[in-house]
Design a protein around this ligand. Structure first.
Ligand code: DQA
Length: 532
């Protein structure tokens, strides 16, 4: 495998390291050159220059650009963008490709649909070192193989067609509908006998970039600057957090299964922690629609462990072969590991302890300051007002109950609130009453709903006026770090506990389960404080 990986890179004309590429669509030569410099600064060592995006009145402008470029480049001219452009047309496209070959640009890319035998043999006869990439784009999982599913046969046939053109490198880009559609691309990469670029695009395709190098991909794509592109990791994250250049076939895969998943800071915590402890792992965002299907498709032992986020924590219980007793009683799993000895999926819950100990510690600190230290849990006997009855809410309700609190639950879906209340001998109240609820002074409020999470940071589950009845307010939402709820609770004089504290604690528990080793707590805390 490693030999093959080296061979591909050699065949692509580069002798070292992973190629980190970004696609540049700019109108002018000057903008292109500035974008190349920026890409270089952000860690790219290859750029894809989409010449069709430029408005130029004479080919000499393209010539200048190619002569002045400061990074190895792929020159492409996409035919689907030709329409309506001043300089457009097949003729211009061919002129650009010929020019790139004459100037010895590292790669030219031609769409399969445009790649006639004459054109390829002409470019081959004119070139010195330029490699020719023949590419094709498949919409929505490739179609024709069932809804959103990309079949191996279809891909295999495509490889044969592309290869028969005589291309130096073949490139297949698939617009995937589900994360499970990326698996056939990994299969293709791992078994390909020819230099191959296999990319998934769309927000469910992100792992094709982040895990590609494990399967032999020699090029990964990232997005430039802070303009997000669905399915692409920012270039800076590739170089600073994921460090894909260190990935190899033995790298273990971990990730957070969630929907949405973009808010998760897990990758920015677990990846540095893996490296800090010299553990060969990568932790990636996994935008999953159907968790059962995810585990059916990604069943190999290298997919070693998972955090489980919204809304999958309860369904995750049913995906595990064994569930730890605490997680079983809670009815929610936020951590799954694949047991190396037999490949079985084992579920745990690290949320419960993380949330309750964070609240206890904050209350204890206040008690100590007031000279009221005690050995019993400071939650015991308190009224614990919980907002949300999903996976995280369940963990909090069970944790509070185990410490002797009286639990009151508010949830938009009242039936769910009632079911959880009966499981913890608590009380469920209609959601409409939350705004004015004030059963007694000194209550604890815990928000386990997603209200207030980015991009809805202006929202809050409980109005400011109602917060005066609470001694402590906890918010499981950690993006933003200081939610509106927490800001207003602090103004109302309550002790506030941020979801970041719970996030760190649940992640420490997960790291131990993932690696079997101790979590580097100080390092992980510092990472969160510095980087979030
Ligand atoms: O609830 C959370 C947060 C999380 O989903 C995240 O990374 O955002 C990770 C989960 O393990 C945890 O239980």
């Amino acid at each position: 495998m490693i030999l093959f990986y080296i061979r591909v890179i050699l065949a692509m004309g580069f002798t070292s390291d992973l190629l980190i590429c970004t696609t540049l669509d700019c109108e002018t030569k000057e903008e292109m050159l500035a974008a190349i410099d920026k890409a270089k600064e952000e860690g790219a060592n290859l750029v894809e220059l989409c010449i069709d995006s430029m408005s130029f009145s004479h080919i000499s402008e393209v010539e200048h650009l190619l002569r002045l470029r400061t990074l190895p480049s792929i020159v492409s001219f996409r035919s689907n963008l030709l329409k309506g452009r001043e300089c457009s047309g097949k003729k211009t496209g061919l002129q650009v490709l010929r020019l790139a070959v004459e100037l010895d640009v590292e790669f030219v890319e031609i769409e399969y649909e445009m790649a006639t035998e004459e054109l390829i043999s002409e470019l081959m006869s004119r070139r010195s070192n330029t490699k020719i990439i023949i590419s094709t784009y498949l919409q929505n999982g490739g179609g024709g193989c069932g809804s959103g599913t990309l079949c191996k046969e279809k891909l295999g046939n495509l490889v044969i067609c592309l290869q028969s053109t005589g291309a130096d490198v073949i490139k297949i880009v698939v617009d995937v509908a589900y994360i499970t559609d990326v698996a056939p691309l990994f299969h293709l990469l791992a078994h390909s006998q020819v230099p191959l670029i296999a990319r998934a695009v769309g927000d469910r395709g992100l792992i094709s970039q982040l895990l590609g190098p494990k399967y032999g991909a020699s090029v990964v794509w990232g997005s430039l600057g802070d303009k997000p592109v669905p399915g692409l990791p920012p270039l800076l994250s590739i170089t600073q957090f994921y460090k894909l250049e260190h990935m190899n076939p033995d790298t273990k895969v971990f990730g957070v299964i969630s929907n949405p998943v973009g808010h998760s800071k897990g990758p920015f915590l677990h990846n540095p922690a893996f490296r800090h402890t010299s553990y060969n792992g990568i932790y990636v965002p996994l935008l999953v629609d159907n968790i059962k299907e995810f585990f059916r498709v990604y069943s190999c032992s290298d997919f070693a462990g998972f955090s489980v986020g919204i809304p999958h924590k309860e369904a995750a219980v049913g995906c595990c072969d064994e569930v730890d007793p605490l997680a079983k009683s809670i009815g929610a799993v936020n951590t799954i590991i694949r047991r190396p000895s037999d490949g079985k999926l084992i579920g745990y819950n690290t949320d419960c302890d993380a949330c309750i100990t964070a609240i206890e510690e904050a209350l204890r600190e206040r008690r100590i300051t007031n000279g009221q230290a005690s050995h019993t849990s400071p939650i015991a006997g308190k009224l614990f007002v919980l907002v949300g009855a999903g996976g995280a809410g369940r963990a909090m309700a069970f944790g509070a109950k185990s410490r002797g609190a009286r639990v009151v639950i508010f949830n938009r879906n009242f039936e769910r609130a009632k079911a959880l209340a009966s499981a913890v001998s608590g009380e469920a109240l209609p959601y409409e009453c939350l705004d004015t609820y004030c059963a007694e002074k000194g209550m604890i409020l815990a928000n386990a709903s997603a209200v207030g999470m980015q991009p809805n940071a202006d929202q809050t589950p409980v109005p400011k006026e109602a917060l005066r009845s609470y001694e402590l307010v906890f918010d499981a939402v950690y993006t933003p770090r200081n939610t509106r709820l927490l800001q207003e609770a602090a103004e109302a004089g309550a002790i506030v506990v941020s979801g970041v504290e719970m996030f760190i604690r649940q992640a420490l528990g997960q790291f131990k389960l993932f690696t079997g080793g101790l979590a580097p707590e100080d390092f992980m805390r510092q990472t969160v404080l510095e980087k979030f």
